[in-house]
Ligand binder design. Sequence first.
Ligand SMILES: [Zn+2]
Ligand SMILES: [Zn+2]
Length: 298
Amino acid sequence: MKRRSFLYQGALASMVPSFRGAAWLRNLFAEYQMRPLRENVGVFTESGGTILWYVTEDHIAVVDTQFPDPAAHLIAEIKKMQDRPIDLLINTHHHGDHTSGNISFKDLAAKLVAHENSKANQQRVAEENGKMDQQWLPTETFTTNWETSLGDENIQMYYFGPGHTDGDAMIHFTNANIVHMGDLVFNRRFPYIDKSAGASISNWISVLDNALATFDRETLFVFGHSGENYDITGKKDELQAMQDYLSALLSFMEKEIAAGKSKEEIAKVTEIPGAPEWKGGGIGRSIDAAWTELVEKK
Ligand SMILES: [Zn+2]
Ligand SMILES: [Zn+2]
Protein backbone atom coordinates (compact mmCIF):
# COMPACT_ATOMS: atom_id res chain seq x y z
CA MET A 1 0.00 0.00 0.00
CA LYS A 2 2.71 2.37 1.03
CA ARG A 3 4.82 1.47 -1.97
CA ARG A 4 1.93 1.80 -4.39
CA SER A 5 1.00 5.26 -3.16
CA PHE A 6 4.62 6.27 -3.49
CA LEU A 7 4.78 5.08 -7.09
CA TYR A 8 1.50 6.80 -7.87
CA GLN A 9 2.85 9.99 -6.40
CA GLY A 10 5.93 9.64 -8.58
CA ALA A 11 3.81 9.20 -11.71
CA LEU A 12 1.66 12.20 -10.87
CA ALA A 13 4.71 14.30 -10.15
CA SER A 14 6.05 13.74 -13.65
CA MET A 15 2.69 14.64 -15.23
CA VAL A 16 2.12 17.76 -13.18
CA PRO A 17 5.26 19.89 -13.04
CA SER A 18 3.97 22.03 -10.15
CA PHE A 19 3.04 18.98 -8.08
CA ARG A 20 5.79 19.40 -5.56
CA GLY A 21 4.55 22.86 -4.68
CA ALA A 22 0.91 21.81 -4.26
CA ALA A 23 0.66 21.13 -0.53
CA TRP A 24 -3.00 20.09 -0.62
CA LEU A 25 -2.27 17.49 -3.28
CA ARG A 26 0.80 16.24 -1.46
CA ASN A 27 -1.27 15.74 1.68
CA LEU A 28 -3.50 13.30 -0.21
CA PHE A 29 -0.54 10.99 -0.35
CA ALA A 30 0.83 11.61 3.12
CA GLU A 31 3.21 8.86 4.16
CA TYR A 32 2.90 9.51 7.87
CA GLN A 33 0.48 8.36 10.52
CA MET A 34 -0.92 10.05 13.66
CA ARG A 35 -2.32 7.34 15.90
CA PRO A 36 -4.05 8.13 19.21
CA LEU A 37 -3.38 5.56 21.94
CA ARG A 38 -5.14 6.66 25.14
CA GLU A 39 -5.65 9.68 27.45
CA ASN A 40 -4.41 12.36 24.98
CA VAL A 41 -1.27 10.39 24.20
CA GLY A 42 -0.51 8.96 20.77
CA VAL A 43 2.25 8.08 18.32
CA PHE A 44 3.51 9.52 15.05
CA THR A 45 5.32 7.41 12.49
CA GLU A 46 6.95 8.38 9.22
CA SER A 47 10.69 7.65 8.99
CA GLY A 48 12.96 6.85 11.90
CA GLY A 49 12.18 6.10 15.53
CA THR A 50 8.58 6.30 16.72
CA ILE A 51 7.51 9.70 18.09
CA LEU A 52 5.14 9.99 21.07
CA TRP A 53 2.88 13.05 21.52
CA TYR A 54 0.73 14.33 24.36
CA VAL A 55 -1.71 17.07 23.38
CA THR A 56 -4.43 18.71 25.51
CA GLU A 57 -6.03 22.18 25.42
CA ASP A 58 -3.39 23.53 27.78
CA HIS A 59 -0.31 21.35 27.38
CA ILE A 60 1.80 19.73 24.70
CA ALA A 61 4.74 17.34 25.08
CA VAL A 62 6.62 15.41 22.38
CA VAL A 63 9.13 12.56 22.73
CA ASP A 64 11.68 12.23 19.88
CA THR A 65 11.74 14.06 16.57
CA GLN A 66 12.84 11.76 13.69
CA PHE A 67 14.14 14.10 10.93
CA PRO A 68 13.31 17.71 9.95
CA ASP A 69 10.70 16.76 7.31
CA PRO A 70 8.66 14.34 9.47
CA ALA A 71 9.05 16.77 12.39
CA ALA A 72 7.43 19.47 10.25
CA HIS A 73 4.55 17.10 9.40
CA LEU A 74 4.04 16.30 13.08
CA ILE A 75 4.14 19.98 14.06
CA ALA A 76 1.48 20.75 11.43
CA GLU A 77 -0.72 17.91 12.74
CA ILE A 78 -0.34 19.08 16.35
CA LYS A 79 -1.24 22.64 15.27
CA LYS A 80 -4.51 21.31 13.84
CA MET A 81 -5.30 19.86 17.29
CA GLN A 82 -4.06 22.77 19.44
CA ASP A 83 -2.36 25.92 18.19
CA ARG A 84 -0.12 26.69 21.15
CA PRO A 85 3.57 26.46 22.09
CA ILE A 86 5.13 23.10 22.99
CA ASP A 87 5.86 22.89 26.71
CA LEU A 88 8.25 19.98 26.67
CA LEU A 89 10.37 18.06 24.17
CA ILE A 90 12.24 14.92 25.26
CA ASN A 91 14.82 12.70 23.51
CA THR A 92 14.92 8.99 24.36
CA HIS A 93 18.58 8.81 23.21
CA HIS A 94 20.94 10.56 20.77
CA HIS A 95 20.62 8.63 17.49
CA GLY A 96 19.92 10.69 14.39
CA ASP A 97 16.63 8.94 13.60
CA HIS A 98 15.35 10.24 16.98
CA THR A 99 16.97 13.69 17.26
CA SER A 100 17.68 15.11 13.78
CA GLY A 101 14.26 16.80 13.87
CA ASN A 102 15.06 18.60 17.15
CA ILE A 103 16.04 21.64 15.10
CA SER A 104 12.45 21.97 13.80
CA PHE A 105 11.28 22.49 17.40
CA LYS A 106 13.95 25.00 18.38
CA ASP A 107 11.67 28.05 18.24
CA LEU A 108 8.55 26.17 19.35
CA ALA A 109 9.50 24.14 22.42
CA ALA A 110 10.15 25.69 25.83
CA LYS A 111 12.76 23.08 26.70
CA LEU A 112 14.41 19.88 25.54
CA VAL A 113 15.27 17.24 28.14
CA ALA A 114 17.46 14.13 27.77
CA HIS A 115 19.86 11.97 29.73
CA GLU A 116 23.26 13.65 30.22
CA ASN A 117 25.02 11.00 28.09
CA SER A 118 22.46 11.50 25.33
CA LYS A 119 23.36 15.20 25.21
CA ALA A 120 27.10 14.42 25.19
CA ASN A 121 26.58 11.89 22.38
CA GLN A 122 24.47 14.33 20.33
CA GLN A 123 27.18 16.94 20.64
CA ARG A 124 30.02 14.52 19.84
CA VAL A 125 28.30 13.12 16.74
CA ALA A 126 27.28 16.58 15.49
CA GLU A 127 30.86 17.86 15.93
CA GLU A 128 32.32 14.80 14.20
CA ASN A 129 30.00 15.41 11.25
CA GLY A 130 30.45 19.18 11.22
CA LYS A 131 26.71 19.60 11.80
CA MET A 132 26.52 21.51 15.07
CA ASP A 133 24.42 24.19 13.33
CA GLN A 134 21.82 21.53 12.46
CA GLN A 135 21.51 19.95 15.92
CA TRP A 136 19.42 21.48 18.71
CA LEU A 137 21.00 20.05 21.87
CA PRO A 138 19.08 19.30 25.08
CA THR A 139 18.63 22.38 27.28
CA GLU A 140 18.26 20.27 30.42
CA THR A 141 19.70 16.86 31.41
CA PHE A 142 19.23 14.27 34.16
CA THR A 143 21.29 11.38 35.56
CA THR A 144 18.98 8.76 37.09
CA ASN A 145 15.48 10.24 37.45
CA TRP A 146 13.53 13.27 36.23
CA GLU A 147 9.94 14.24 36.81
CA THR A 148 7.46 16.96 35.90
CA SER A 149 3.72 17.62 35.91
CA LEU A 150 1.96 18.79 32.77
CA GLY A 151 -1.82 19.15 33.11
CA ASP A 152 -3.28 15.82 34.16
CA GLU A 153 -0.06 14.03 33.29
CA ASN A 154 2.88 13.26 35.48
CA ILE A 155 5.92 12.58 33.31
CA GLN A 156 8.71 10.49 34.84
CA MET A 157 12.02 9.62 33.21
CA TYR A 158 14.23 6.71 34.25
CA TYR A 159 17.80 5.74 33.47
CA PHE A 160 18.96 2.25 34.40
CA GLY A 161 22.46 2.27 32.89
CA PRO A 162 23.82 1.40 29.45
CA GLY A 163 21.80 -0.69 27.00
CA HIS A 164 21.27 0.25 23.34
CA THR A 165 23.59 3.25 24.05
CA ASP A 166 24.90 4.70 27.30
CA GLY A 167 22.11 7.29 27.41
CA ASP A 168 18.71 5.59 26.95
CA ALA A 169 15.84 7.08 28.94
CA MET A 170 12.43 5.52 29.52
CA ILE A 171 9.66 8.12 29.63
CA HIS A 172 6.50 7.27 31.59
CA PHE A 173 3.28 9.26 31.14
CA THR A 174 1.76 7.99 34.36
CA ASN A 175 -1.90 8.99 33.86
CA ALA A 176 -2.10 7.35 30.43
CA ASN A 177 0.30 4.70 31.77
CA ILE A 178 2.29 4.75 28.55
CA VAL A 179 6.09 4.39 28.43
CA HIS A 180 8.29 5.38 25.50
CA MET A 181 11.10 2.79 25.55
CA GLY A 182 13.13 4.43 22.78
CA ASP A 183 15.35 1.83 21.10
CA LEU A 184 15.55 -0.35 24.22
CA VAL A 185 13.00 -2.47 22.37
CA PHE A 186 13.27 -3.39 18.71
CA ASN A 187 10.07 -5.40 18.49
CA ARG A 188 11.14 -8.54 16.63
CA ARG A 189 13.72 -6.80 14.50
CA PHE A 190 17.51 -7.12 14.78
CA PRO A 191 18.56 -4.24 17.02
CA TYR A 192 21.32 -1.72 16.53
CA ILE A 193 23.71 -2.07 19.50
CA ASP A 194 25.84 1.06 19.54
CA LYS A 195 29.21 0.09 20.99
CA SER A 196 30.64 3.43 19.79
CA ALA A 197 28.28 5.08 22.31
CA GLY A 198 28.80 2.75 25.28
CA ALA A 199 26.13 0.10 24.60
CA SER A 200 26.13 -3.03 26.81
CA ILE A 201 24.18 -6.17 25.89
CA SER A 202 24.54 -7.73 29.36
CA ASN A 203 23.42 -4.55 31.10
CA TRP A 204 20.63 -4.06 28.55
CA ILE A 205 19.14 -7.30 29.92
CA SER A 206 19.11 -5.87 33.45
CA VAL A 207 17.79 -2.51 32.19
CA LEU A 208 14.76 -4.46 30.91
CA ASP A 209 14.54 -6.26 34.27
CA ASN A 210 14.24 -2.85 35.88
CA ALA A 211 11.52 -1.86 33.43
CA LEU A 212 9.59 -5.07 34.15
CA ALA A 213 9.83 -4.34 37.88
CA THR A 214 8.90 -0.64 37.54
CA PHE A 215 5.84 -0.78 35.28
CA ASP A 216 2.65 -2.82 35.57
CA ARG A 217 0.52 -5.18 33.52
CA GLU A 218 -1.62 -2.36 32.14
CA THR A 219 1.35 -0.29 30.97
CA LEU A 220 1.41 0.29 27.22
CA PHE A 221 4.95 0.49 25.82
CA VAL A 222 6.02 2.39 22.71
CA PHE A 223 9.03 1.01 20.81
CA GLY A 224 11.52 2.84 18.59
CA HIS A 225 11.26 0.22 15.84
CA SER A 226 9.47 -3.01 14.97
CA GLY A 227 9.83 -5.82 12.47
CA GLU A 228 7.49 -6.41 9.56
CA ASN A 229 4.00 -7.30 10.84
CA TYR A 230 4.91 -6.36 14.40
CA ASP A 231 3.57 -3.30 16.19
CA ILE A 232 5.48 -0.33 17.58
CA THR A 233 3.46 -0.69 20.79
CA GLY A 234 3.08 -3.63 23.15
CA LYS A 235 2.98 -4.92 26.69
CA LYS A 236 5.44 -6.53 29.08
CA ASP A 237 5.52 -9.64 26.86
CA GLU A 238 7.43 -7.67 24.24
CA LEU A 239 9.99 -6.46 26.82
CA GLN A 240 10.44 -10.06 27.94
CA ALA A 241 10.87 -11.17 24.32
CA MET A 242 13.53 -8.49 23.73
CA GLN A 243 15.32 -9.65 26.85
CA ASP A 244 15.15 -13.26 25.66
CA TYR A 245 16.62 -12.21 22.30
CA LEU A 246 19.58 -10.51 23.99
CA SER A 247 20.15 -13.53 26.27
CA ALA A 248 19.95 -15.91 23.30
CA LEU A 249 22.45 -13.73 21.41
CA LEU A 250 24.96 -13.75 24.26
CA SER A 251 24.72 -17.47 24.98
CA PHE A 252 24.96 -18.36 21.27
CA MET A 253 28.04 -16.17 20.89
CA GLU A 254 29.66 -17.54 24.05
CA LYS A 255 29.22 -21.08 22.69
CA GLU A 256 30.60 -20.24 19.25
CA ILE A 257 33.57 -18.34 20.69
CA ALA A 258 34.33 -21.24 23.07
CA ALA A 259 34.29 -23.56 20.03
CA GLY A 260 37.06 -21.42 18.51
CA LYS A 261 35.07 -19.87 15.66
CA SER A 262 36.05 -16.56 14.09
CA LYS A 263 33.62 -13.64 13.91
CA GLU A 264 33.32 -14.17 10.14
CA GLU A 265 32.42 -17.84 10.59
CA ILE A 266 29.82 -17.02 13.21
CA ALA A 267 28.35 -14.28 11.01
CA LYS A 268 27.21 -16.88 8.44
CA VAL A 269 24.07 -17.64 10.46
CA THR A 270 20.77 -16.10 9.38
CA GLU A 271 19.05 -16.26 12.75
CA ILE A 272 20.04 -16.46 16.40
CA PRO A 273 19.21 -19.96 17.75
CA GLY A 274 16.34 -19.66 20.20
CA ALA A 275 15.16 -16.33 18.74
CA PRO A 276 13.57 -17.17 15.36
CA GLU A 277 11.15 -14.22 15.52
CA TRP A 278 14.02 -11.76 15.09
CA LYS A 279 14.34 -11.21 11.35
CA GLY A 280 15.27 -8.67 8.74
CA GLY A 281 18.66 -7.27 7.80
CA GLY A 282 21.25 -6.46 10.38
CA ILE A 283 21.98 -9.72 12.21
CA GLY A 284 25.66 -8.80 11.69
CA ARG A 285 25.25 -5.77 13.94
CA SER A 286 24.22 -8.05 16.81
CA ILE A 287 27.13 -10.42 16.16
CA ASP A 288 29.65 -7.57 15.90
CA ALA A 289 28.47 -6.01 19.13
CA ALA A 290 28.43 -9.31 21.04
CA TRP A 291 31.94 -10.10 19.73
CA THR A 292 33.16 -6.69 20.93
CA GLU A 293 31.59 -7.28 24.33
CA LEU A 294 32.74 -10.87 24.85
CA VAL A 295 36.12 -10.99 23.09
CA GLU A 296 37.40 -7.43 23.19
CA LYS A 297 35.72 -6.85 26.59
CA LYS A 298 34.47 -3.43 25.55
ZN1 LIG B 1 16.23 4.27 16.25
ZN1 LIG C 1 18.88 4.14 18.46
